[in-house]
Design a protein around this ligand. Structure first.
Ligand SMILES: [Zn+2]
Ligand SMILES: [Zn+2]
Length: 367
């Protein structure tokens, strides 16, 4: 009866939160599909503070498309109060509650939680978390792979494991990566970003991941009422089927939105920014050589741009911002009237490698 009641209450609450997020966070590049995910989430079924239904409501309010329930396998501080021999419970409860709506998918996962040198790893798209509960962490990772899970290293920069905050691979990680038993790495975890983890991802060809690792409330930790957002991994796939999304994760087709930063491999981030930043309506007032055009940011992220071309602007410097979902008119002094203007920019908050920003070239034309 209680279970039934909970489900009814949840479904009644969905419409209001569902309609609050109708605008996508980013426009998908042509012929591809974007999925906003959080692949690292805790509940009372390990050391989190909330029941799984809160995780669903948070994710719906924040416009996510897919979440993985990844409670710690081995660390169970609430076990005395919430006995549960089945490590799949948070997923089972969350996926049951998610039925009846199509916006948000829930997948099963687990956090393999060990001391260094192996540290913490998440396995998502697992079939049975209980089978991952092994004494030897290598056997846990092997079992996750036998279940065709996507496995990634969590918070390699965590200062409880790395007192200098620098992410490093241990030889056991190197071995697992070589055997293709680890497929990704968190370059963003909770409120931290690791350039060293980004370097590791690029050098070892691991999928770039950024997650909330939420234990309390996302509203509080990420100051969402004040305009903040949780870290989100966007998966770029050919279609919206769950297998296509999973495949894209294995292929490394992601980017991460963290605070004001957009982090990803250039080949993934470039088409996303090209789809979310447009330059239109070039015109010259009669008798003047000062071109006017409009830049539009179609995304939920701020875009911090620096213009790297030969001209200068009439009312702006070369560095400027376009707030989320907004337009900016620029006046460019091109010395003569041009039909098309090349607009080379660097996206200063677009990170494609340590110390390397995304470069993008737009072209604006007369109508
Ligand atoms: Zn952890
Ligand atoms: Zn965690």
């Amino acid at each position: 009866m209680l279970k039934f009641f909970k489900k009814v209450v949840f479904l009644l609450l969905i419409p209001s939160v569902f309609y609050s997020q109708t605008r996508p966070l980013f426009k998908a590049p042509k012929d591809s599909y974007l999925t906003a995910t959080d692949l690292h989430i805790h509940t009372v079924f390990s050391d989190g503070s909330v029941w799984p239904d809160i995780r669903l409501r948070e994710a719906l309010r924040e416009g996510l498309d897919l979440i993985a329930m990844t409670d710690h396998l081995e660390y169970q501080p609430h076990k005395e109060d919430i006995p549960h021999p089945d490590r799949n419970r948070s997923y089972q409860i969350a996926s049951e509650l998610a039925k009846g709506q199509e916006k948000l998918r829930v997948i099963n996962g687990a956090e393999i939680t060990r001391e260094m040198p192996i540290g913490h790893l998440n396995a998502v798209f697992i079939k049975d978390a209980n089978k991952l509960l092994r004494n030897d962490p290598i056997l846990s990772i092997n079992e996750a792979n036998a279940q065709k899970a996507f496995v990634f290293m969590n918070h390699p920069n965590w200062d409880a494991h790395r007192s200098d905050g620098i992410a490093r691979l241990s030889s056991v990680h190197e071995d697992l990566i070589k055997k293709k038993l680890i497929h990704g790495v968190e370059v963003v975890n909770e409120t931290t970003f690791s350039e060293e983890a980004l370097k590791i991802a690029l050098e070892s060809n691991l999928t770039i991941i950024g997650n909330s690792d939420i234990h309390g409330l996302t509203d509080w930790l990420f100051e969402i009422p004040e305009g903040g957002h949780r870290p989100i991994t966007f998966v770029i796939s050919e279609g919206g089927e769950i297998n296509q999304i999973k495949e894209a994760l294995f292929q490394g087709k992601t980017f991460v939105w963290f605070k004001d930063l957009l982090i990803g491999k250039e080949e993934n981030l470039l088409p996303v920014i090209e789809s979310n930043l447009s330059a239109e309506n070039l015109k010259y007032p009669k008798g003047k050589q000062i071109g006017e055009f409009t830049l539009t940011n179609h995304s939920a992220a701020i875009l911090n741009l620096i213009y790297t071309g030969p001209f200068s602007f009439h009312e702006d410097g070369k560095i400027f911002q376009i707030p989320p979902h907004s337009k900016k008119v620029l006046k460019i002094k091109t010395l003569s009237n041009l039909d098309n203007i090349d607009l080379p920019f660097e996206l200063m908050n677009g990170i494609v490698a340590p110390n390397q920003n995304l470069k993008i070239k737009l072209i604006v034309s007369k109508n």
